[in-house]
Design a protein around this ligand. Structure first.
Ligand code: FE
Length: 134
């Protein structure tokens, strides 16, 4: 795997120019797209899922599984360093937020009810991802 790229920092104005309004709302404001509305939750192609904000490699299609939630779901990131997590207290039961390590963009949340081999379920917004088909 290639060495980790530098962290990416852009101004709010730059993000607003580069992202669609929905991507901005999710990636920069920690929003959540409506379930079953994204483009990637039901996609089964082989490839690499990249951050829609910065292009960093986040998840591999081999870790994608059908969670039934309406969001793309993965049991592990492409690399241990690809994503960062943080406690999210916005709901009564705290959740663990998942962010892109390179640009800090909000991707979704990770839960402990995933399948083998990790038991993790990375529940990720479609619009925060771009699929590079292989
Ligand atoms: Fe990113």
């Amino acid at each position: 795997m290639a060495p980790k790229a530098e962290k990416i920092q852009k101004t709010d104005e730059q993000w607003r120019q580069e992202l669609t309004p929905e991507q901005y709302r999710v990636l920069r404001e920690a929003g959540t797209e409506r379930a079953f509305t994204g483009e990637l939750w039901d996609v089964h192609d082989d490839g690499v899922y990249r951050c829609a904000g910065c292009g960093a490699e986040l998840f591999g299609s081999d870790a994608k599984f059908d969670s039934g939630t309406g969001w793309p779901s993965f049991f592990e990131p492409a690399d241990d360093d690809a994503v960062e997590t943080a406690r999210d207290w916005k709901m009564v039961i705290p959740r663990t937020e998942v962010r892109c390590s390179r640009c800090g963009g909000h991707l979704g949340h990770v839960f402990n009810d995933g399948p083998n081999p990790t038991g993790k379920r990375y529940c990720i917004n479609s619009c925060a991802l771009q699929l590079d088909k292989s």
